[in-house]
Design a protein around this ligand. Structure first.
Ligand SMILES: Nc1ncnc2c1ncn2[C@@H]1O[C@H](COP(=O)(O)OP(=O)(O)O)[C@@H](O)[C@H]1O
Ligand SMILES: [Mg+2]
Length: 265
């Protein structure tokens, strides 16, 4: 597909990426690019390959064919750790937080703030609490206290903490797979505003969502996958909800009458 709406300097590019699982082709020659500070929406029906593509971009899967370029140079990830190292973070659908631990412990899980004491790295809880609070402030995330246990938070607050965790260490690109799917309606807006805040900080975001409201509120550009291939893409201002819903169903052109509430909901 010709990248007609390509950002000037993509931070991440997938070029002709295919992914096979045995006889199943999950992705075929897929191209994707996202610019610095750009929010890219990825849409597609169930089984279109969205999650597989994100797992390739975040290093959980290696592509069967094709290449990834980060800031113009080819990269190969053998694990999510490798992609994280260069600033790509994935926020998983199930949040992946430790419920019985505090907010600051979750944000720093595996990357605790240490201060040397008699030559031993000791956990510096005070510094960690402060840094967690500063980071939440930067992202305009409001919690009662960073000492609150994550299991006592609402779904939206947990999602916010998961995003704070993903962005606490110089993330350049955050990938979110259906970040609003499990949230109450009144919490969705806060998560979408958080995406705007990330953009203000120059962070790039790729967001998968089946909610047209999310896509049209949060994204600069939208691309549709259909049966594992690129189907269509557009700057958000040059398309409509109905057109994008049509893409999800594999139709282009005249989309009159395709405003299915079940898809738009
Ligand atoms: N680990 C896997 N093993 C085999 N097939 C898979 C695996 N992951 C995904 N698939 C298949 O790849 C296709 C794309 O799946 P997926 O990326 O999950 O789609 P989406 O996220 O768009 O719903 C589907 O046909 C799915 O069954
Ligand atoms: Mg999926």
């Amino acid at each position: 597909m010709t990248p007609t709406h390509a950002p000037a300097a993509p931070i991440l590019q997938a070029r002709s990426v295919s992914k096979f699982f045995g006889a199943i082709t999950a992705l075929r020659d897929v191209n994707l690019q996202v610019g610095k500070g750009e929010v890219l929406g990825v849409v597609g029906d169930n089984g279109a390959g969205k999650s597989t593509l994100m797992k390739v971009l975040s290093g959980l899967y290696t592509p069967s064919e094709g290449a990834l370029l980060f800031e113009g140079g080819e990269v190969r990830f053998d694990s999510p750790r490798a992609s994280r190292k260069i600033g790509i973070e994935m926020v998983y659908q199930d949040f992946a937080l430790a419920g019985n631990m505090s907010i600051h412990e979750n944000i720093f899980l595996g990357r605790e703030v240490k201060k040397p004491w008699l030559g031993l790295p000791l956990l510096n809880k005070k510094a960690q609490r402060e840094q967690a609070q500063e980071h939440l402030n930067r992202l305009k995330i409001h919690v009662k206290s960073v000492d609150q246990n994550v299991e006592d938070l609402s779904g939206g607050q947990r999602q916010a903490v998961a995003i704070a965790r993903a962005t606490a260490f110089d993330a350049k690109l955050v990938i979110m797979d259906e970040p609003t799917a499990a949230l109450a309606i009144k919490e969705v807006g806060k998560v979408l505003d958080l995406i705007h805040t990330l953009k203000e900080h120059g962070v790039s975001v790729i967001i998968i969502s089946h909610r047209m409201d999310d896509i049209f509120y949060a994204c600069d550009r939208v691309m549709a996958l259909y049966q594992g291939t690129n189907f269509a893409e557009s700057l958000i201002g040059n398309t409509t909800r109905n057109e994008v819903i049509g893409w999800i169903m594999g139709t282009k052109g005249n989309t009159t009458g395709l405003a299915h509430d079940s898809v738009a909901a």
